[in-house]
Design a protein. Structure first.
Length: 390
């Protein structure tokens, strides 16, 4: 029989909640997770588990070796916070001005520590090894690649992650096979025009006006150059130009993000954006440079391992806490980097009616901790069994 993971998770609920709130009150930005990593390592040591620290920066890796030999599966949580001033008014609100856990990584870290506790207490029942990956720098989509380069995925047969999700019923686990999160690439466009006095616009090649045309024209890429059945996003996030109200500047800089769920659309977007931008600029007597910064792959759940995760969740939590995810998100996650090294699945954990991620009012819902911990434990157990049979 499967371990009663839900009961085991309930036994450590208050402990995990206190850890979560401690982490929430002491957030650290991407690449600066010194204290969080130290807390993770210290907590794991208190559970009698050994760790490897400094993995890919401030990452922590911990292997829970089961009672009998077998494969290795991995569970991943992210640890970093965001450059946002918290406005929740909570008693455990961020103590660091301008930094807060606005995406639930405090909850993810606390849940994986709780999962470590319940798995460690039942390790003799595990057929193989569960690797816990505590990742830095997810918000800058740099941490996963650094951890993989430092060996975090060596020997792993399958990997899973659980992300708190507003709008899904509290404690419900939702996922689906195939794409669940988008790729993300960023761009910078520098338009070189000709400056002039604001009273004499005819003497200029106004880069602000030209930039506005570029923004509008770029929206036609998604509307008219991409298959309408293929999701895609081009968003301009910044537009910088000028120094005074009566001066037409000589240049303008625009930056933004591109998102896609398929490799073909991801490849088409930067080419189309550059061609469109150059065409607009040429028509207005200006020049431009387009620089594309490659981000991360889409997160594409492996069909087989998604079924394993769903069936495990249904067995461990009950069918009422398992839901089919009907649509992917155009948000991005660097979990796709791990999926280059081993197949797996990215799961959503419902946190109910909550502020959306990256909002100054966001707070992870502690009521979801128990189901999150139980989910990760039962998925690890069933994934070991499934990997052992392959």
């Amino acid at each position: 029989m499967s371990e009663p993971w839900l009961a085991r998770a309930a036994a450590v609920e208050s402990w995990a909640r206190d850890l979560r709130r401690r982490i929430h009150a002491n957030p650290e930005l991407s690449g600066q997770e010194w204290e969080t990593a130290a807390l993770v390592a210290q907590t794991l040591a208190g559970l009698g588990l050994s760790t490897r620290t400094g993995v890919g920066g401030h990452g922590v890796v911990c292997d829970i070796v089961g009672g009998s030999p077998g494969p290795m599966v991995a569970l991943r949580a992210d640890m970093d916070a965001l450059p946002i001033q918290e406005a929740t008014g909570l008693s455990y609100a961020s103590q660091r001005p301008g930094v807060m856990h606005a995406c639930g990584h405090d909850g993810h870290t606390a849940m994986l520590l709780g999962t470590a506790s319940v798995l460690a207490a039942a390790r003799d029942r595990l057929r193989g090894t569960v690797r816990l990956i505590f990742q830095p720098a997810e918000e800058t989509v740099a941490g996963a690649a650094a951890m993989c380069a430092d060996g975090a995925m060596n020997g792993v047969s399958a990997i899973f992650a659980l992300h708190g999700w507003p709008g899904v019923d509290v404690g419900t686990i939702a996922t689906k096979p195939g794409p669940v999160m988008a790729s993300t690439d960023t761009f910078e466009i520098v338009i070189q025009g000709r400056g002039s006095h604001g009273a004499y616009p005819h003497l200029s090649r106004d880069p602000i006006a030209i930039g506005a045309l570029v923004v509008i024209a770029a929206q036609q890429i998604v509307a008219r150059q991409i298959d309408p059945l293929e999701p895609a996003v081009i968003t301009f996030g910044t537009f910088h130009a000028g120094t005074a109200t009566n001066i037409i500047p000589s240049s303008a800089t625009l930056t933004g993000t591109m998102r896609a769920l398929s490799a073909s659309v991801r490849e088409a977007l930067p080419r189309a954006l550059e061609e469109t931008t150059r065409g607009v600029c040429a028509s207005q007597g200006a020049t431009c440079t387009c620089t594309i910064h490659t981000g991360v792959d889409p997160v594409v759940n492996d069909p087989t391992w998604t079924v394993v995760a769903v069936e495990a969740t249904r067995a461990g939590l009950g069918a009422e806490y398992t839901a089919e995810l009907h649509a992917p998100s155009m948000g991005a996650e660097d979990f796709g980097v791990y999926l280059r090294h081993a197949p797996g699945a990215f799961l959503r954990l419902g946190i109910g009616d909550n502020a959306v991620g990256h909002d100054c009012r966001y707070d992870f819902n502690d009521a979801a901790l128990v189901h999150g911990m139980a989910c990760m434990a039962v998925v690890a157990e069933k994934a070991l069994d499934a990997a052992d049979l392959r």
